[in-house]
Design a protein around this ligand. Structure first.
Ligand SMILES: [Zn+2]
Ligand SMILES: [Zn+2]
Length: 280
């Protein structure tokens, strides 16, 4: 498998899964959206295009390319062990997922990294499009972290492709604003992070924001004590977003890009008209 095939599989899978989840949200919405799709989706999907272009331009050797190179050169633990490929794929997958969990915790705890990541949290609603809304610099750092794990652990290229497709799918899935019966949610969240589990992470309350860091496997949160079952205010009445960037103009694509470099929405309101819009 070459890097282009991998890209083709990822994009095809992502579009199909996005459409299926969008339909699910449409048929059985979990919460009434406060701002709605028309104002949020152009920006949330626009940032995906920016991310794809930037990452492809700046990092021509993506994680899967590095996995192929590492295998050829014998770099990384799994490239010197004689274990069966299925076991190495499984270990590689878990290693990448643990790294992404650790990265997510770091992006909350380290102030400069939080500036990049809080753009994901500043969405005033949470739905399938929020699962794609990440600042391009965060995407680039995340890709570099994955490449480092691939080289150190010797993750097989197959595991990288599976992980990228699965992570993209589960990220869209667990941001979905769709109803999953509580009894089903209880079983599914033993294996994968569910929408109700990840929604807690988008609460405006900081202690809830700083919980449920998993995007894919839910076990790391339970293992490291960052698991929180439900939001205190309940799923329907909890407030989504951050105390800052609550001005609806902050949902524009250009504002999303500059949020890491600004302190809050108030800084933009320089005219009296903007002030009164803010107050409303
Ligand atoms: Zn987060
Ligand atoms: Zn999220």
């Amino acid at each position: 498998m070459n890097a282009n095939t991998e890209l083709f599989i990822r994009i095809g899978a992502a579009i199909g899964i996005f459409l299926a989840l969008a339909l699910w949200e449409l048929l059985t919405p979990r919460r009434t959206l406060t701002v709605g799709r028309a104002r949020r989706w152009p920006s949330n999907l626009g940032i995906v295009v920016v991310d794809a272009v930037l990452v492809r331009l700046l990092i021509p050797v993506a994680a899967v390319g590095m996995a192929i190179l590492a295998a050829e050169r014998g770099w990384g633990l799994l490239n010197i062990t004689p274990w069966p490929i299925w076991l190495e794929v499984l270990i590689g997958f878990f290693a990448l997922d643990l790294a992404i969990y650790g990265q997510h915790v770091a992006f909350h705890k380290v102030p400069i990294l939080w500036r990049l990541h809080r753009m994901h949290h500043a969405d005033l609603d949470i739905d399938v499009s929020t699962g794609l809304r990440f600042h391009p610099i965060e995407i680039i750092l995340s890709m570099l972290i994955k490449i480092a794990v691939v080289v150190l652990v010797g993750v097989p290229a197959l595991a990288v492709v599976i992980f990228e497709v699965v992570l993209n799918a589960t990220s869209m899935f667990n941001h979905s604003n769709a109803v999953m019966p509580i009894s089903l949610d209880r079983i599914v969240r033993l294996i994968v992070v569910t929408p109700d589990m990840h929604r807690v992470h988008h609460s405006i309350k900081r202690e809830e924001t700083d919980s449920n860091f998993g995007f894919n496997l839910p076990w790391w949160d339970r293992l490291f004590g960052t698991y929180r079952a439900q939001p205190e205010a309940g799923h329907e009445s909890m407030t989504i977003g951050l105390p800052i960037f609550r001005d609806r103009r902050e949902l524009r694509l250009d504002r999303l890009m500059t949020q890491p470099f600004r302190n809050d929405a108030g800084e933009i309101a320089t005219t009296p008209q903007a002030e009164s819009e803010n107050a409303g």
